[in-house]
Design a protein around this ligand. Sequence first.
Ligand code: SF4
Length: 339
Amino acid sequence: MNRFGYHRAENLEDALRALNKPGARAIAGGTNLVDLMKYEVERPALLIDISRLPLAAIDEIEGGGLRLGALASNADTAHDPRVAERYPLLASAILAGASAQLRNAATNGGNLLQRTRCYYFYDVGAPACNKRDPGSGCGAIGGVNRIHAILGASDACIATHPSDMCVALAALDAQVVVQSAKNGERRIAFADFHRLPGDTPEHDHNLEAGDLITAIELPPCDFGPHHTYLKLRDRQSYAFALVSCAVGLQIEHGTVRRARIALGGVAHKPWRDPAAENLLEGAAPTEATFATAADALLEGARGQGANDFKIPLAYRAIVRALSQAAAGTPQQQAVKSIN
Ligand code: SF4
């Protein structure tokens, strides 16, 4: 590991000021950043310890939503009674990720900023990785790419985003609250937070230098029991998704009024397609309708060889998740840890 400076932020203003220093990075749970530093994939010059800032509360928002503090742990968030009762889709997605120990340490802000688990990205001995070393090429294209993207990839990068929590946040139309010394506070719609790789895969998200995530805001949720988070992976516990699917449906009198579908494990960001969701709205929740939506969501999907299987797997996952959501998910099942 390289030498680095350390500064414990006294308060939010102190943290925002310090984040403007060259090579500064915020650290809280450190569950991904410390690994990346040990592997020498990331070499921050200065770590700003934000773990003692008062950003761990989960509060009501006027109008009915919830504000999740950036420093609330993933575990505390999933087990908060208001999250479990009003946003069981989010609780179940969080509990499908990592391990109990990691969820206790990992924070909500850090979950959004975790980096791809592409093997080439972590292996500094591998010469080609545009995300780690811009302009060096992509070892995964034509290489070992079983876990890689089938949607939204580019000739520069085919990595996937690893988070489960973010897939649910995309389906819930969350907003990310960000502060910086330069711009004050602003909100970023979740769909606009992460980026597709394009020709600059070194950038995972649309934060600017000096930005700090302070909270995630959830609007009121009207899915009732009609939600599910389906995660398909190589083993039942402590594994990243090959394909995951977060679904929320508002169903009235046998008709879908509102539909949200987000896919994980298939793209550089949680994948949504409003056109596919629109196909469901006003329709009966039948398998035929769900198949049409799955076709639309996967339009343009392209395998890289070893991950070709993800296309039919994603199709089946979408249809199954929509069917499960339409049937209704019992509350106790939604918030049960499956790790
Ligand atoms: Fe690097 Fe992206 Fe290629 Fe993986 S897929 S080797 S992260 S450029």
